[in-house]
Design a protein around this ligand. Structure first.
Ligand SMILES: [Ca+2]
Ligand SMILES: [Ca+2]
Ligand SMILES: [Ca+2]
Length: 224
């Protein structure tokens, strides 16, 4: 009986401490798209699963991410570097085609149903040895929250930002290439945005009452 009650309480705590991942396709490995690349005509499914003879292309839309400025989202499959996670990563200083502007912006909308504390993390790596050539400006809800801007050589590094509390609503997370517009720039992989729900006072006090009840029950049982 006691073990059962403790197990239930532990599961309540775990549930409360848990988080929700808000980002879909954060590692860019999702092949479920009919999008065709603008440069090589390479389908995303062929890029991811290995059906074409090219290892990169540029897309207006990929699963969960949409271009909002510049040529598009350049997906590379272990092309210049090995991906930080899986096989695919993004370069946003994209090869120019019809739009002509290589520095591009992609975004994903996320929704919160209750107030939560948000934590962003992603992996970044600069491609060239030039200063101000590999910047990746990250905005959330239109506010700049990170802007790594390094030069090679530099390994993949994690960029982690605590965004604080946000209420229910829809928000855009955007990544934009900055600096020299020359098709070579910063690489991005493994994007994650974790929402930690803020415990409601009502459920906290209920849990407190449950703990007091359990403590009393255990004391009574020991003394009997
Ligand atoms: Ca990846
Ligand atoms: Ca490029
Ligand atoms: Ca560049």
């Amino acid at each position: 009986m006691r073990k059962a009650i403790i197990a239930v309480l532990i599961s309540i705590f775990v549930a409360k401490a848990d988080f929700i991942e808000l980002i879909d396709n954060g590692s860019f490995e999702d092949a479920s798209s009919a999008s065709v690349g603008e440069i090589h005509g390479l389908k995303i499914s062929d890029l991811v699963n290995g059906g074409g003879n090219q290892s990169w292309d540029v897309y207006d839309v990929i699963p969960a991410w949409t271009t909002s400025a510049g040529e598009g989202i350049e997906l590379q499959k272990n092309t210049i570097v090995d991906a930080q996670n899986g096989n695919i990563y993004v370069e946003l200083d994209s090869h120019p085609g019809s739009n002509g502007i290589s520095n591009s912006t992609m975004f994903q909308s996320v929704s919160l149903t209750e107030e939560a504390s948000l934590q962003l993390s992603f992996w970044y790596k600069p491609r060239t040895a030039l200063a101000n050539d590999n910047g990746i400006k990250v905005t959330f809800d239109g506010v700049e929250i990170a802007h790594p801007n390094k030069k090679a050589p530099s390994a993949w590094e994690e960029v982690a930002v605590d965004l604080g509390l946000f209420g229910p609503g829809s928000y855009d997370l955007a990544f934009a290439a900055t600096g020299e517009d020359n098709t070579l720039g910063g690489f991005v992989d493994n994007v994650s945005l974790k929402a930690h729900a803020v415990a409601e006072p009502g459920s906290l006090s209920l849990m407190g009452i449950g703990l007091l009840f359990l403590a009393g029950w255990l004391r009574k049982r020991r003394n009997s």
